[in-house]
Design a protein around this ligand. Sequence first.
Ligand code: ATP
Ligand code: MG
Length: 389
Amino acid sequence: MRKVLVVHYDEIALKGKNRGYFEDRLLHGIQNLFRDVGGIAVRKLYGRFLVSLEKVSLPEADVVLRLTRLPGLRYLLEGRETDGAWESLLAAVDEVLPPEGAARTFGVRAKRADKNYPKRSAEIEREMGGHVLAQRAWTVDLGDPDVWIRIELVNGRGLVCTHRHEGPGGLPTGVSGRGLALLSGGIDSPVAAFMMMTRGLTVSCIHFHSAPYTNERSQDKVRDLARLLVRFQPTLDLTMVPFAEPIQQSIVRDAPQALRVILYRRFMVRLANRAAVEARAACIISGESLGQVASQTIENLTSVQAVSGLPILRPLIGRSKSEIIGVARRIETYETSILPHDDCCSYLMPRSPATRSTPAELEVAERVLDVDALVDAAWEKRDRETLRL
Ligand code: ATP
Ligand code: MG
């Protein structure tokens, strides 16, 4: 009998001919997570992976924590691997069964991928339930018990598990290519980046800062957020671009005040298109949600998309603020996002931003700006760092 973790994945089962490739990416993702501790033994069984805990130098709780942040992993079970013989299953249940006082209700659930196993699932559940009732004064609850005992018969092995941990789900890192996320210090953009990580993108980030009008702290905050995001992929590149001089200053001096925010956004996207080439990213990701602020109307989103050769993906476009906050709490970026910071000083912000711009109107406003030279100047002063777990 061996201590194991059983990794169940999300949508890979739906992938038809590509299933093998998706499984390999997830397997590679698991191995990558433990490279720093000399690797981990993983085996592929039918529809799941088995992670062996025998020779791992990390505490089990740390292994679990790392795995539950892996895109593509839907849930993880802690348990024992046996040869599948009925006696072995009984012995494994005895070993993983929590003490009397730890629960009042339980349920047994059996999954039989090996269809020639001598007992049917319902029989296994009933008989194993009887075995537990003989040892504990608990009652059976098949709705929401305090303890689930999960038995899986697969590839000639018998797995007996109790604790279940949820993962982010979605698709394994990298199966969809690369994306570049616009990362601000707010609540929304880290959530947007995370959501696209769970759609198979390897994400790099870019941040535009307004130093010297804003302080160092606001850049540190973005770095902190990027460090929280790197828990979901092996490494993360963060590009910092100075935005106040000369871009914002020129816009403040020479362009209509109401269009400022949209003009800023268009310059950010132009620079993001450059950074995307460097990062080999095929799309840009932003945290916009329709109607949330003046710059996020359909008209303004259209005016911004107009200067981008790459598609701008907006995973939060149809989400309410409370839903976004819910995800931010779950991925633990919320507490950092709400720390006070100067996003941008009032000198750079308009009194009443336009809600309905058109690309034509913005082109007129940009005629007095030397767009290419401004973009070049900011791009020259960028800084790039690679964050690791
Ligand atoms: P967030 O909470 O992500 O800051 P927000 O509701 O404050 O979003 P805006 O400030 O309008 O909305 O920004 C919309 C999106 O534009 C952000 O989600 C982010 O993707 C991008 N963005 C805004 N400011 C910056 C910045 N300084 N650097 C990089 N990206 C930015
Ligand atoms: Mg913001």
